[in-house]
Each structure stands twice: as C-alpha cells, then as structure tokens.
Design a protein around this ligand. Structure first.
Ligand SMILES: *Cc1c(COP(=O)(O)O)cnc(C)c1O
Length: 383
C-alpha cells in the first residue's frame, strides 16, 4: 500500500491495500499460502499463529475500518473471542435484538455462571444504554440490529459506555465500513461476520475483529491475538483468500445494493399487502427516526411485516422465483426469510416479519418478482 494510504478514499483502499510489493514478475494478488509450519528463525513459526494470506486480508480490512484487523474462523468465533475479554463474574450490555448466535453465547455464559449479568437494551435508546452501562465490563452494540433494524447513535453510545469504564464493541456486519466506521465514533473493537457483505458471495464463512489505532487498542489487539493462537479459532487460507477477493468490490456492491434497497423500501411502503416497512431513514418507518445521522445510506437489509400473519409471510417466501428463500444475508443475490421460522428468534420480532437482503440485480426484476408474490397474498381464496 502507498505511504499516503491515510489520504486515500475507501474505494481506493478497498482495491489497493494488501497487495504484494510491485517488482518485476510479482503477482498482483497475494497467494494462498498453505502452510502448517514455517522454517524456524522468523516470526511466523506455526500455522495456528500466522499466515500471509490472513495478513493480506487483515491489511485491507484494517485500512477500511481505520484499525488493526484479525481474521477468525467465523463471525461467532470473533464474538466468542471478544467476550473472552470479560473477566469471570463480569457484566455485559447487549442489544435485545442482537444476532441470535451472539445472544445464545451470552445466555450460555450467564447460565454457566461465567457472567454475573447480561443486560439487554434497545440500542436506539441512548439513555437506556447509558444506564445499563453503569458497572458493566463490556457494552456490545449492533447497529443496525438484526432483524429489527434499530439504529444506535454510535458516538453518544460509545462515549456513555467509555464514561462508565466499559469496553465498547460494535458489530458492524450490517453497515460495513463503507457506511459506518465505529472506531472513528469511539468504539474499542469492531466485530464482523465477514460471511456477509465483506466476502459478499455466499460461499465462505469467516469472521474478524478490528481494534482501535490507540494504545488501548494495541493492548486489546495483543490480547485478542494471543487468544486466537490459544483457542485456534483461525480461518483457512483458502477461505480468507476468497473473502479478500470478495472484499475488492465491497464499495460497488454496497452502493448498488443500498440503491436497490432504498427504491424497494419506498415501493413496499405503498404495497397493500405490507403492514410495515423497517428501513432506517425511510420517512414512513415510524420507529426509526432517531439517531440515523450515523449512516449516510441505510444499508441493504429491509424488513417487512406482511398482512395476513405468519402463514401469509410464509407463502410470500415460497412464491418468489428470483429472491431465494434462505437464511443469512449480504451476498450479491437477493434473499428473504421469515425470521420467526427459527424457534430461537426473539418473541418481540413479529411472526409476519420477513427480512430481505437486497442484492445487486436489476431493481425492476426484483420488484416484479417480490410484488407478484405479495399480490398473491391479497387474492381471495378460490371457491
Ligand atoms: C451472521 C452474523 C453473525 C455471525 O457470523 P457467522 O459468520 O455466521 O459466524 C454475527 N453478527 C451478525 C450481525 C450477523 O449477521
């Protein structure tokens, strides 16, 4: 990467960071290094400690988030590693609508007596987060949340948590560094499920942590790196290389997916089979007028509540042809899912809520397919 990297735009960093030095005959891309061990006398030593393909991926993600990145085997391996920073008997604040697997880890830690308390909050309510942060060791924020799409006022939430003496960790999976950089807003650590937008092609499971470019951040980096070595929650070099290849087009994919999501959210708000659209920033979304200044665009996940309850929502997920009925999100292809089909999903998520992960296809094709599936819900049953 050039010396003037700090002045480059995110789109340029996405393309140029993490490349081998340009010398005659050097490949433009970092190779996939398959190695369980390295010749002695250097710093890498062993395949669980270090890998050049991880380093290339980490350089790009670190540049994008303005911090130091570490790759992990999955998003949840990254979450587990960051929760290991909490001392035994500690207290964690988390979003009531955090990612299901994250909430599962927290409830296991609480059940096992590893944590003393887990305080679930509405991240859009800064006052509630600040009150819960008193006496907490770690404040975990997701913004926007999955799948309720609540948005936190990140600078205010980070300041309140820091004031209370807690570590602030932000899961930035939904927004990506293209839309929001939590470390710049005062967070200590950023979490990513790289599986989603960063890798972006629904073909790899990977995670990452990024620490702030501060003395405190460097200390956290060392502790998290030591933990990764010890626990062995490491990604495969091939998966990391795939994620790096996907990452190169992040800015273009996010831009196009956001434009599609914005257009579809507006049209969905006017569809008679849709009771409510959740899309942060959408004027017709009454719950999300607060604190949206963080996001210049609002991401590419939209949630709709379908008239006719769970059965109608299920039938929409079965009726689409382009939109694939599946879990997960953040790929180039558009997907949808009724979240309450998972028994572990929060009962405060409506039964008829469908989460849409808007991809980069033609928006008219996406609308034609989705609106036809919604029209079917309105048709009276045949006699
Ligand atoms: C998917 C997801 C995770 C978990 O990541 P995996 O890569 O599936 O382990 C964590 N947080 C959020 C917000 C997610 O969407």
């Amino acid at each position: 990467m050039p010396d003037s990297a700090d002045k480059l735009a995110l789109s340029t960093l996405t393309v140029t960071a993490g490349r081998p030095t340009v010398v005659p005959d050097a490949p433009l891309n970092p190779p996939i290094v398959l190695a369980s061990t390295y010749a002695a006398g250097g710093t890498a030593e062993y395949g669980r400690y270090d890998n050049p393909t991880w380093a290339a991926f980490e350089e790009v993600l670190g540049a994008l988030e303005n911090g130091r990145a570490l790759a992990f085997a999955s998003g949840l391996a990254a979450v587990a590693t960051v929760l290991d920073l909490v001392p035994a008997g500690g207290v964690v604040v988390a979003p009531r609508h955090a990612y299901l697997g994250t909430l599962g880890q927290l409830s296991d830690l609480l059940g096992d007596g590893r944590l003393r308390d887990v305080r679930l909050v509405d991240v859009a309510d800064t006052g509630e987060v600040a009150r819960a942060a008193a006496g907490a060791d770690l404040v975990l924020v997701e913004s926007p949340t999955n799948p309720a799409l609540e948005v936190a006022d990140l600078p205010a939430v980070c300041a309140a948590a820091r004031e209370a003496g807690a570590l602030v960790v932000v899961d930035n999976t939904f927004a990506t560094p293209i839309l929001q950089r939590p470390l710049d807003a005062g967070a200590d650590v950023v979490v990513h499920s790289v599986t989603k937008y960063l890798a972006g092609h629904s073909d790899v499971v990977l995670g990452a942590l990024v620490t702030a470019p501060t003395t405190r951040g460097d200390d956290l980096h060392e502790r998290l790196l030591a933990r990764r070595k010890q626990v062995g929650a490491i990604p495969g070099p091939f998966e990391t290389w795939l994620a790096l290849r996907g990452l190169r087009t992040l800015h273009l994919r996010v831009e196009r997916a956001c434009a599609n999501a914005d257009e579809l959210a507006r049209r969905l708000a006017g569809h008679p089979a849709v009771e409510r659209v959740r899309y942060p920033g959408l004027p017709t979304d009454p719950g999300h007028t607060r604190a949206t200044a963080q996001l210049p665009a609002y991401g590419a996940v939209v949630a709709i509540e379908v008239r006719g309850g769970a059965a109608a929502a299920e039938s929409v997920t079965r009726a689409t042809r382009l939109w694939v009925h599946t879990t997960s999100l953040g790929g180039v292809e558009s997907t949808l899912e009724r979240r309450r089909r998972w028994s572990g999903e929060s009962p405060t998520i409506p039964e008829n809520l469908i989460r849409l992960s808007v991809g980069i296809e033609d928006v008219e094709d996406l609308w034609a397919d989705l609106s036809a599936a919604l029209d079917d819900v309105l048709e009276p049953p045949s006699p």
